[in-house]
Design a protein around this ligand. Structure first.
Ligand code: AP5
Ligand code: MG
Length: 214
């Protein structure tokens, strides 16, 4: 199963990715998570990524394509993978097509989580994360059992630096301009399906699984 999860910031890509990779036992490859790990480690990549992420802008294509190329070449991707947040520009999508062909892998299936713009800021601003296990919550839509604490490991929940209303406006603008054109790109490739992301989390997972299991 070679899956590409698309959708605007806050649409639920990370939330759905966690459910889908469990169902298919495939690696979850999130460029956002890779950049956040590099920021936490203080590497050169992290320094470059942090400036872009804090501004709600994209990390340059050549940097992003390079790290994805390296990741997809690993053995665990042969049986499948789920890409979350990549590609985000037409140049990245063209590069991905080339990488997949070079590696002799089947074409990716693009699944788009559709959520109207007016819901996205509330989703991002209310998001809470566990740094230890990566679980994602929402103060209103998906609260933990005990306020501010992860259900899995009791760790205190935190917020992402770019989950402010101001940075979200910039991220949404970037999505409209640079990422939305991918819908036409994948429609033209004949591999595009959209699902309604306004439904409860479990129902969105059910719809995605229905598409994937054909
Ligand atoms: P990235 O980390 O990919 O962020 P994003 O695309 O902006 O998406 P998010 O992670 O914010 O949202 P999500 O769709 O995963 O939603 P989630 O499931 O968490 O990228 C961050 C930055 O890294 C970028 O801005 C850029 O700088 C850089 N970057 C990354 N990839 C790049 C690339 N390819 N090229 C260049 N730069 C790149 O859900 C959100 C909230 O909603 C949660 O609280 C959740 O609990 C809740 N929720 C989820 N589903 C539902 C539902 N059905 N109903 C109600 N609430 C829900
Ligand atoms: Mg995410």
């Amino acid at each position: 199963m070679h899956i590409l999860l698309m959708g605007p910031p806050g649409a639920g890509k990370g939330t759905q990715a966690a459910n889908l990779v469990k169902a298919f036992s495939i690696p979850h490859i999130s460029t956002g998570d890779m950049f956040r790990a590099a920021v936490a480690e203080g590497t050169e990549l992290g320094k470059q990524a942090k400036a872009c992420m804090d501004a709600g802008k994209l990390v340059p294509d050549e940097v992003t394509i390079g790290i994805v190329r390296e990741r997809l070449a690993k053995d665990d991707c042969k049986k499948g993978f789920l890409l979350d947040g990549f590609p985000r520009t037409v140049e990245q999508a063209r590069a991905l097509k080339g990488i997949v062909e070079e590696l002799g892998l089947p074409a990716v299936q693009a699944l788009d989580i559709h959520v109207p713009k007016e819901d996205l800021v509330e989703r991002a601003v209310g998001r809470r994360l566990c740094k230890k296990c990566g679980a994602t919550y929402h103060v209103k839509f998906h609260p933990p059992k005990a306020e501010g604490v992860c259900d899995n490991d009791g760790e205190a929940l935190c917020q992402r630096a770019d989950d402010t209303e101001e940075t979200m406006q910039s991220r949404l603008g970037v999505y409209e301009e640079q990422t939305k054109p991918l819908i036409d790109f994948y429609k033209a490739e004949g591999v595009y399906t959209a699902v309604d992301g306004r439904q409860p989390i479990e129902k969105v997972t059910e719809d995605l699984l229905k598409v994937l299991k054909g």
